[in-house]
Structures are given as structure tokens and as C-alpha cells.
Design a protein around this ligand. Structure first.
Ligand SMILES: C[S@@+](CC[C@H](N)C(=O)[O-])C[C@H]1O[C@@H](n2cnc3c(N)ncnc32)[C@H](O)[C@@H]1O
Length: 319
């Protein structure tokens, strides 16, 4: 008796005729249709990533192998992963990794999947600090999660050390593993606790970067199931209108930054004006700069801590 090589799904949509061999192209098409029927966005691309990873080939290599027949064990390995995606588990958690700028990070349900907006945040910091012409900068990353920001700064920027905090011990385990696999453990210090609390009192950083939780509790229900059901709530939600943690960072940043130091925050759409207002009220920051993401939403706020004022009231040594 010949073995039935068809994938056995819980509730397949439009299965191919019995006995039809599964080729790469046939499986890509069928699986994309399956994910579409499950309301999963970006189905084709995700299916390509899942199948390529399962077969141990590059995603684009699939395009030269469309007629490759799939072996029963390949189908058996692919099937549960497709089902996970159909249940809206994020692709990166299924693969166990995510790309972030120049690095690849291990990710799972203990950490937020790093986002393109955060890649832009790191890019904005790098372009600012490169203008300073130094190579021994110290950065601070509050709410480090997978370590995406902290580790990218070390890989790409003129930083000698990064301090990174997170309230989640689980997240820090992931961040530490990522630092180790990038051979960066000696240049990053991870500390568990609330925002600034685990940092040494005497620490002064040149840059403070953070992508903190900024979604209000009420907004959570309206998010995609990928986010709402799978990503850690502690990484997403901040009390009140979602601004509570951002405001605490703004309030504490002046105490840990060197004079002239850079504060760089990722904020939710619509939150930039409130963050800018808080910075202006503190009267110790240069004029904040707000950057938009690719969708034209204001998502990044940058501000420079003023240098000490001389008795006449003008900042000393500002550039
Ligand atoms: C939006 S995620 C950002 C993760 C990572 N920096 C990134 O950009 O992908 C926010 C992170 O902040 C952490 N967090 C939440 N509240 C915190 C707090 N009060 N103090 C320190 N970390 C906190 C969460 O555990 C989570 O890892």
C-alpha cells in the first residue's frame, strides 16, 4: 500500500485530489490559501519562510525548486508549524528567531518580537551619535526584552558598554542568550528590575534609548491576535492612557544622562505630543525632535539634555 503523503490538517480548505504528489509550489499555494481562510495576514511570505526553514534552504531557493516533490518526513515536519501559524502564533516565535537590523535574535513568547519601528529608533540614535566623533559611549536600554536595541547599538555604534534593564527575568534570559551568541556578553550588563531601579547610583550614560510598553489596557483587545494572544502583556501594556511608563522614563532620564546626553524614545501613534510636552515642562532639554515611521506616524522622540547653565542663564558648552 502506498503511503498517503498528503499533509493531514485539522480542517483543510480545498485539499488537492487524493494521490496528487505534494510539490513545493503546490504546498505553498495550498498553505497560503489555508492561512488566508484562517484570517492570517501575510500568508504567502510566512509560508515561504516556514517551508524554507523546514527544508533547510533559503527562502528564494524555493523559487528554483517549485516542482520538487516533498518527502513524507518533510510534510510531517511542516504540518505542525503551519498549524501553529494558523492559530496566529507569530512567525518569529515558530522559527525561534527574528532579524533586527544587522543581527539575528533568538525570540520566543518570553519577549516581544522586535519591530521595524524599533530598527528606525536605533538608526536615529546611530546617526546622531556618529556626529559626536567618539568611540567610547555608554548607553542605557530600559525594557530591553530580547536585547534588540542594546545589542544593535554595540554591533553598529561607537559604544563601549551598554546597560540594559528589564522587569522580566524571563526576558533577560533571552537577552543574555542573544548577547552570548553575538559574543557581546562582556560589553553589556543586564539587570532585572523596574526601569532605572537596578542601575548603580553613579552610572551616567551618553545615550538612553527605550521602547517601553505604551499600549493602554483598553487598546489591548483591539490588537491583532498575534500580539494580543501571544506576546507578553508586560511588554505591551502601560497603565492609564499608555503613557505612564514613558512619563516615568522622561522624569528619570535627566538623572542618569550626562549633560548633552541623548534621550531616544519609541512612542505609540498619537503619544508624541504628550511626551514632548513633558520634556518641555522639565525645562532641562533642548528642543525635542519627533520622527515619523514609514507609515507617517510620529513614533520617535529625541531630546538632548542641556549642559549646565551658567549663572547668566545660558547653557554652558552646548553645541
Ligand atoms: C515593548 S517591549 C520592548 C522590548 C525590546 N526593547 C524591543 O524593542 O524589542 C518592553 C519591555 O519592557 C519590559 N518592561 C515592562 N515594564 C517594565 C518596567 N517597569 N521596568 C523595566 N522593564 C519593563 C518588558 O518586560 C519588555 O521586555
Amino acid at each position: 500500500m502506498t503511503e498517503d503523503v498528503r499533509p493531514r490538517f485539522d480542517d483543510p480548505v480545498d485539499p488537492p485530489p487524493s494521490g496528487t504528489p505534494w510539490t513545493v509550489l503546490r504546498l505553498l499555494r495550498w498553505s497560503t490559501q489555508y492561512l488566508d481562510a484562517k484570517g492570517v495576514e501575510g500568508g504567502r511570505l510566512d509560508v515561504e519562510h516556514l517551508l524554507a526553514d523546514t527544508l533547510g534552504v533559503g527562502r528564494l531557493d524555493l523559487y528554483t525548486q517549485f516542482e520538487r516533490p516533498l518527502q513524507p518526513e518533510e510534510l510531517s515536519a511542516f504540518r505542525p508549524r503551519l498549524l501553529e501559524r494558523a492559530r496566529h502564533r507569530p512567525l518569529q516565535y515558530i522559527l525561534g528567531r527574528a532579524s533586527f537590523r544587522e543581527i539575528e535574535l533568538q525570540v520566543d513568547e518570553r519577549v516581544l518580537v522586535p519591530r521595524p519601528e524599533t530598527e528606525e529608533l536605533v538608526g536615529a540614535v546611530l546617526s546622531r551619535v556618529r556626529e559626536w566623533g567618539r568611540d567610547d559611549l555608554v548607553a542605557l536600554d530600559l525594557g530591553t526584552g530580547s536585547g534588540a536595541i542594546a545589542l544593535s547599538l554595540l554591533v553598529e555604534g561607537p559604544f563601549s558598554r551598554v546597560w540594559a534593564t528589564d522587569s522580566s527575568a524571563d526576558a533577560l534570559e533571552v537577552a543574555e542568550a542573544n548577547a552570548a551568541s553575538l559574543d557581546l556578553s562582556r560589553r553589556v550588563t543586564f539587570a532585572r528590575g523596574d526601569l532605572f531601579q537596578p542601575l548603580p547610583d553613579e552610572l551616567r550614560a551618553d545615550v538612553l534609548v527605550s521602547n517601553p510598553p505604551y499600549i493602554s489596557p483598553g487598546e489591548l483587545a483591539s490588537l491583532q491576535p498575534e500580539v494580543r494572544l501571544h506576546e507578553p502583556e508586560e511588554a505591551l501594556v502601560a497603565p492609564g492612557d499608555g503613557l505612564a511608563i514613558l512619563e516615568r522614563i522622561v522624569d528619570g532620564a535627566g538623572e542618569v544622562l550626562m549633560p548633552g546626553g541623548l534621550l531616544a524614545l519609541e512612542v505609540g501613534a498619537g503619544q508624541a505630543p504628550a511626551v514632548v510636552e513633558r520634556l518641555e515642562e522639565a525645562r532641562r532639554w533642548g528642543t525635542p525632535v519627533v520622527l515619523r515611521d514609514l507609515g507617517h506616524h510620529e513614533r520617535i522622540v529625541l531630546a538632548t539634555l542641556e549642559r549646565e547653565r551658567d549663572p547668566a542663564g545660558s547653557p554652558r558648552g552646548t553645541n
